[in-house]
Design a protein around this ligand. Sequence first.
Ligand SMILES: Cc1ncc(COP(=O)(O)O)c(C=O)c1O
Length: 446
Amino acid sequence: MSYSLINVYICDTNMDRREFIKVASVGACAATLLPSVGGLLTGCTPVISDGDSGGGLDSGKWDFDEVVDRSGTWSIKYGRASENQIPMWIADMDFRTAPAVSSAMKERLNRDVLGYTFTPDEFYQSIIDWEKEMHGWHVDKEWVSYCPGVITSINQAYLTFTYPGDGIVVMPPVYNLFRMYAERLGRQVIDNPLLFDGEHYQVDFDGLEKTLSRKDAKILVLCNPHNPAGLVWDRDVLRRIATLCRQNGVLVISDEIHADLTLYGRRHTPFCSVSEDAAAIGLVFAGPTKSFNLAGVSMTAYCVIPNEELREPFLKQLRDAKLDEAPIASLVATIAAYTEGTPWLQSLKEYLQGNIREVVDFFSTNDLGIKAIQPQASFLVWLDCRAMGLGQDELMRFFSDKGLLLSNGAAYGQGGEGFVRMNIGCPRKIVKEALGRILRASSGLE
Ligand SMILES: Cc1ncc(COP(=O)(O)O)c(C=O)c1O
């Protein structure tokens, strides 16, 4: 079976794999669409720069208030929405990308040269500088590699380090594709749900100790920062996870795709930076696709793997699957975003904070049985609707009947029932319209 062939490299070591992980030295480290958006926003015409964001261009020189026309761009987000629905589900934003990114891409295309392309030094350097400046992490060049998208890369890591039937540990409610692809690849998903007291989420460390001690637990997938609840994990939490995982010979995949979007002055902590244990057992996957709104430039990501005993088999796996060659668009976009994109990103984050404020204030002012969990990162707001007393299907129908297409909380696994996820990465006018629809629906006016 192809899986066993694929796994020969790592599993060929004479050592038991768990022992191997424990003793591993850390090598070098210690719509249908916009014309109709106007139509779908009852009583709200699409306006370019309407100044309705509590200061118009309050976030610098970039106009996040602009309703950008996504018609004819094959947008998945709008494609699934009916004509009168506001799509606030899949995680891309309705803003233009940073001008620095689009102009770099245009410039490159203007050369009309699209032949086979190697990954240049500038790509590595832009990531090294970004990790240092944004996240305070010193990364050696050899730890970094181009990766074909975060989820594709996580799947390749599953194939590199596990056999069919092996256990992949997740902490739901969490990004659903960790589970989906583990199952598709014949791996067993082991849940260690987060603890939630109605206000805050926490890792269930008692549960984790038991879960990780299972012989079949091979990989823990960490969402750092966490989607859907927008949590930024503390260094101490990450350190504790690393210690436990190393003790039990379990690898950690840290999905850091939302890392650049930490809000309210918080800083993201890269998993592998927290301790020697973390660097020995961790694989970090990240990229500019969330922060710079480049989801359609897919196959765009990078990994940072300090331990060469993990890095080499993983990179071999990518090479063997011919997934190691970066598309030109990925290289150009990443370099431009990370070398020139910081001011735009700062403005974007301020704007997102304003949108989040709208949502959080709205649900705390209006007693609708819905509570917004204030995200510490990114543009997704996790709404606790359990007090509405609706079943999950009814809950989804409630929102879709009122013209809102949100993500179904149940898709994120245990603890997601009774929740929905709202994507507020759009002009504030649209956020307000969505909230207005909920209010009118709840007060029986519609
Ligand atoms: C946590 C997380 N990881 C990965 C992805 C997708 O990454 P990619 O498109 O690079 O596969 C998403 C997209 O929403 C995400 O939220």
